[in-house]
Design a binder for this molecule. Structure first.
Ligand SMILES: [Zn+2]
Length: 212
């Protein structure tokens, strides 16, 4: 897409798009299903027009919500230390921090690894359902905005790194076996990344705006 300089006065704002990387302003290309628009200056992907976005995203949100419970409440690891066996879950980690006097850290871990990821998924679910059932688009717009703010606070990736580091460190000290919870946690993370890629913000914003 390379076009002559834009005469901004004659173009409606809704017909324009700016590149996220280099801020180049250009006329919004009309894409067919499966096509991808790239910035002519820096080559950044502007957006992708995917087919069946709502249906595919709904399937992924439901899968993520189903994984959420075992990821947080099934044992991430089983620890045998000096004859004592303990099963550690994300939730028991939060409670453990709380009981050992680190209430502030317990609250942060609870918010970033449990509460906010769940809220994010519920926002995404509500947005998708409002599009699919054609109801409450205004609320959908509000929730989708809220979702974009929450994105910065859900830190499952950081939490997973923490788990992996502690697994490596504890492996020398104790008899350690990994649990189903960890598999669900990793699956939840992968499904969420897949969902982020599938649920193209450009298409979701446009659909919400059309129906509002
Ligand atoms: Zn660019």
């Amino acid at each position: 897409m390379s076009e002559s300089p834009l005469d901004i006065d004659q173009i409606a704002l809704t017909e324009l798009v700016a590149c996220h990387e280099c801020d180049l302003l250009m006329r919004k290309p009309q894409l067919a299903e499966g096509q991808l628009a790239e910035c002519p200056r820096c080559g950044h992907d502007l957006y992708h027009h995917r087919s069946q976005v709502v249906r595919r995203s709904l399937a992924l949100v439901i899968a993520a919500l189903l994984l959420y419970v075992p990821a947080n409440f099934l044992p991430i690891m089983q620890l045998n230390l000096l004859g004592r066996t303990s099963h550690e879950t994300v939730w028991s980690g939060v409670l453990g921090l709380y009981d050992s006097g680190m209430q502030g850290i317990a609250l942060i871990v609870f918010l970033c690894s449990m509460a906010i990821p769940l809220l994010k998924l519920l926002c995404q679910l509500s947005v998708l359902l409002s599009i699919r059932w054609r109801v409450g688009r205004r609320l959908g717009l509000l929730l989708y905005r809220a979702y974009h703010h929450l994105r910065e606070w859900g830190m499952l990736e950081v939490y997973l790194m923490g788990i992996l580091v502690s697994v490596v460190k504890l492996a020398d000290l104790a008899d350690l076996s990994l649990g189903t919870g960890l598999a669900c946690f990793i699956a939840l993370l992968l499904v969420q990344v897949w969902l982020e890629v599938t649920m193209s913000p450009h298409q979701i914003w446009e659909t919400l705006e059309e129906g509002a």
